[in-house]
Design a protein around this ligand. Sequence first.
Ligand SMILES: Nc1ncnc2c1ncn2[C@@H]1O[C@H](COP(=O)(O)OP(=O)(O)O)[C@@H](O)[C@H]1O
Ligand SMILES: [Mg+2]
Length: 226
Amino acid sequence: MPARPYIEYRDVHVVYSNGVKGLDGVSLQIQRGEFVFFVGETGAGKSTLLKLLSREEHHCEGEVRLDGQELSDFSEYNLHRLRRQMGVAPQDYDLLPNKTVWENVAYALRAVGRSRREVFDRVPKILLQVNVAHRADAFPSQLSGGEKQRVVIGRALINEPPLLLADEPTGNLDAAQSEEIMRLLADLNARGTTVLVASHDLPTMEKFSKRIVCLERGKIKEDLGG
Ligand SMILES: Nc1ncnc2c1ncn2[C@@H]1O[C@H](COP(=O)(O)OP(=O)(O)O)[C@@H](O)[C@H]1O
Ligand SMILES: [Mg+2]
């Protein structure tokens, strides 16, 4: 018998309040440890697919399950329990401009209730993990686009999550920096993290032989195994 999928979407429809269809009957299974790219043009539904998992968006119809648990069963009250299981690197996330790289990550750790001691222990490890330790004292305005994105990914790793959601992590990067970011995500995946990446950067994706789910107007058009 096949293992229960880690993530499962069952006939999911999302209709936004303005009547726009975000997703139009998506069914998809993802196993633990997979690396999946969601590809499609702007408006195809990539962010909606990720936001359903982090419950930033509630679906109207169908089911979304994580590790067997139906996500609509999580009340607002215990959403933090759900979010501890995942790291989210959102689309267009801005780092706090008046805080250094070190402080940006420390701030995120403090925000989830870690002690000062844990912060001092974890921040250097996270910065090393995403390869920005040498930029710890720099402010966001002093970083390259690729470095900024590394810090955003670092912020998403504060809870050592088994699942990482990255929305357009290479949005504003040139080809070389994009490839570096994807390599970082692939490394995290190789060490066991399930990674879902929304992107329209097909040339970069094609260099990594990973599963690619193509979305078009809220529907899955193709699902190409890695
Ligand atoms: N909060 C929202 N309110 C209304 N429409 C939205 C909202 N978020 C997304 N949409 C619409 O839903 C569709 C899918 O959006 P999205 O998931 O953000 O696509 P993508 O990430 O692939 O660009 C688009 O038509 C978009 O305009
Ligand atoms: Mg998007």
